[in-house]
Design a protein around this ligand. Structure first.
Ligand SMILES: C[S@@+](CC[C@H](N)C(=O)[O-])C[C@H]1O[C@@H](n2cnc3c(N)ncnc32)[C@H](O)[C@@H]1O
Length: 245
């Protein structure tokens, strides 16, 4: 899978790609990331990429011409979807990450300042993507999030695809708790069930913990049609326990 990122700050991408799973995926050629400096596509002598907003107001707006030129050059006649990072976009979540990972290529545009000339949204972008209901100073951290989360769904990037499938959100539940050595950390002990050697018991305990946490923090995320009769029993017990407190 190949990502092309258009940005005014190409150096900001070094950190993600210099270590961990993403670095390994790049080295193995499972993913490719090409970062393009928007300024290289500016036509004017002074490499101007932004200008004052028509109609007045604060700040600067990214001009359309360099962005259209960058996308045209990257596409090189191919039909590659273009995503504009924007606080006004569709909320990025694990489903979108999985859908994007099914594409062989995608282009990400990072906005800056007051944002991007509206014609980029109207005539160029396939979709706008938001990483949350807050405003960042630029689209670069958002693009890093997208590349990281999408890469995890690209086959072989994460050692075992089952470990991705078990994680938070996948089944409408948060992940279960994880523990490692030491068994006793300053009196804070790892639950005994994890040493029982009984796989069924451990599995049931993990499911219960995932249900409990999701019910406590994000009850709306639980998808009823994915619950087993045992899950429903567990949830009823949690509910009763709460009522009796
Ligand atoms: C300061 S913001 C512009 C905010 C814009 N004036 C508004 O109120 O919607 C500059 C750039 O940061 C990026 N950005 C900010 N918040 C974001 C978010 N939550 N998700 C994705 N990109 C974001 C976008 O690329 C945006 O063009």
């Amino acid at each position: 899978m190949r990502f092309d990122i258009i940005t005014l700050f190409p150096d900001m991408f070094g950190s993600l790609f210099s270590g961990g799973v993403v670095k390994k995926a790049l080295e193995k050629g499972l993913i490719e990331v090409h970062v393009h400096d928007l300024r290289d596509f500016a036509e004017s002598k002074h490499k101007q990429v932004d200008d004052r907003p028509f109609g007045g107001g604060q700040g600067m707006v990214l001009k359309p011409e360099p962005i259209f030129s960058a996308v045209e050059k990257i596409r090189d006649g191919l039909d590659i979807p273009v995503y504009l990072l924007s606080p006004q976009g569709k909320k990025f979540d694990h489903r979108m990450a999985e859908d994007l990972a099914a594409m062989p290529r995608l282009i990400l545009i990072c906005g800056r300042y007051e944002g991007v000339d509206e014609r980029v949204m109207e005539y160029l972008a396939t979709e706008e993507i938001s990483v949350g209901d807050f405003v960042l100073t630029g689209g670069e951290p958002a693009a890093l999030i997208v590349v990281d989360a999408v890469s995890r769904f690209v086959p072989q990037v994460v050692g075992k695809i089952e470990s991705v499938r078990q994680e938070s959100f996948i089944e409408g539940l948060y992940d279960f708790p994880h523990y490692t050595r030491p068994r006793d950390f300053k009196g804070k002990r790892v639950p005994d069930v994890l040493f029982s050697g009984d796989h069924k018991k451990i599995q049931d305990w993990r499911r219960k913990k995932a249900l409990e946490k999701t019910w406590r923090l994000r009850p709306g995320m639980i998808e009823r049609n994915k619950l087993s009769p045992e899950d429903i029993k567990i949830l009823e017990e949690i509910h009763k326990g709460r009522k009796s407190k």
